[in-house]
Design a protein around this ligand. Structure first.
Ligand code: CU
Length: 421
């Protein structure tokens, strides 16, 4: 609590415990971005619920009684307002717009950008939908439990009206059962199809699209440059990540398999996809010159495990630079600086890294420069032994969570903050 209070004091943010603050203004982000009248309004009510999965009744935490929560859609230019209500989630709820670079006050991190919304309270989120793409939302309050129990949903911002078939596939594991339920939908040959694959779990999933050539049009909401046609190739999507696959429906059936399980198909397909090669996004698509030639600041984050003796009880923590939350020093940047992160995984497990409020451009992995399309990511797997170098422009002032999106790891210490001074 002391560390959080100090963090908030230093930035002039206030988060009164128990209060449900209204719109946040004046954190250096242009106010007109969120001051306009909403053009898309939604209400999400979080509550305990029983949902049916694979013929079984499962205890869940749900938005509007369903897992996933309602799919929120908008068109570029909309002002989105979402009223979050908490009916009975005792540990509180917030909404974090995963991958959407909203003003800091709308980011939904309890204790940092707002107080958790407690039972009986509500909070209005508002942001301008100025970036098209595939995103998702989830609670950031006791997020390891909350997301796993079902407090998540899809956010899709489209550039215009839907053409062809546009499907979202939010993959999740609820009480050990795989979502979504398999679905078959015949599609006329020649129909343009966009499949928006979303990984809402804490570990990597493997996706294989069988029966057609396809392109990866976007990753984490950003369009790729010059994506080439792929066939019999799997993609690995990190925790929190999104891939948009596009293709023209062939006359023969197509199936999407997640970890070998068919989740969407246009007819019967029997193909063994387990042996397919995996796409390396750092080598896919057409390169472009980096937008910066110099970097104002470089931070190194060494991810590891270690004993944390600072709390009431000793714990075996997931650490960054030898420390665990809330004792990891914040990284401080100035507005408009170009900042580089060097992320070193010295542990034995994958850490899907997630910086809030910014997209990072991948520069290199293990010293090998990225040679494909510029990759602007918000979620990327740093595997054991790997070293990733990524960069971003500090253009969204505030206090931003910077953490592992294996939410159990984040909970066990692997969370720090990016601050503007
Ligand atoms: Cu991790």
């Amino acid at each position: 609590m002391v560390a959080v209070a100090a963090l908030l004091t230093g930035t002039g943010l206030t988060a009164a415990p128990g209060a449900a603050p209204r719109m946040a203004h004046g954190h250096g982000y242009p106010a007109d971005r969120i001051a306009d009248e909403p053009t898309r309004r939604f209400t999400l009510t979080a509550a305990t619920a029983t949902v049916r999965v694979s013929g079984r009744d499962v205890a869940a935490w749900a938005f509007n009684g369903q897992v996933p929560g309602p799919e929120l859609t908008a068109t570029v230019g909309d002002v989105v307002q979402v009223t979050l209500r908490n009916q009975d989630i005792g540990r509180g709820v917030t909404l974090h717009w995963h991958g959407y670079d909203v003003p800091n006050g709308q980011d939904g991190v309890p204790g940092v950008t707002q107080a958790a919304v407690l039972p009986g309270e509500e909070f209005d989120y508002r942001f301008r939908a100025d970036q098209a793409g595939t995103y998702w939302y989830h609670t950031h309050s006791v997020s390891d439990v909350g997301v796993r129990m079902g407090l998540y949903g899809v956010l899709v911002v489209r550039p215009g009206p839907v053409t062809g078939l546009d499907v979202t596939v939010p993959v999740h594991t609820l009480a050990g059962l795989a979502l979504p339920a398999p679905r078959t939908e015949p599609v006329a040959a020649g129909t343009p199809v966009r499949m928006r694959l979303i990984n809402t779990d804490s570990t990597t999933h493997r996706y294989a699209l069988a029966g057609t050539a396809f392109r990866v049009a976007a990753i984490d909401g950003s369009d790729l440059r010059g994506p080439t046609s792929l066939v019999d190739t799997a993609v690995l999507i990190p925790a929190g990540g999104r891939y948009d696959l596009v293709f023209e429906a062939p006359a023969t059936p197509v199936a999407l398999l997640v970890d070998g399980r068919a989740v969407f198909s246009t007819g019967p397909v029997s193909t063994a996809t387990g042996g397919w090669p995996v796409l390396d996004p750092l080598r896919y698509g057409a390169a472009a010159a980096a937008p910066w030639s110099r970097y104002d600041r470089t931070f190194t984050l060494v991810l590891d495990r270690g004993l944390d003796l600072r709390g009431l009880l000793p714990r075996y923590a997931h650490t960054v630079n030898g420390a665990a939350a809330p004792d990891i020093p914040s990284q401080v940047v100035h507005r408009n600086e170009v900042v580089r992160f060097r992320i070193v995984n010295r542990s034995q497990v994958v850490h899907p890294w997630h910086l809030h409020g910014h997209h990072v451009l991948v520069l290199s992995r293990d010293g090998e420069p990225a040679t494909g399309s510029p990759l602007w990511l918000d979620s990327f797997d740093v595997r054991p032994g790997e070293v990733w170098v990524v960069a971003f422009r500090a253009d969204n002032p505030g206090v931003w969570a910077n953490h592992c999106h294996n939410l159990a790891h984040a909970d066990a210490g692997m969370t720090l903050h990016l601050m503007y001074s």
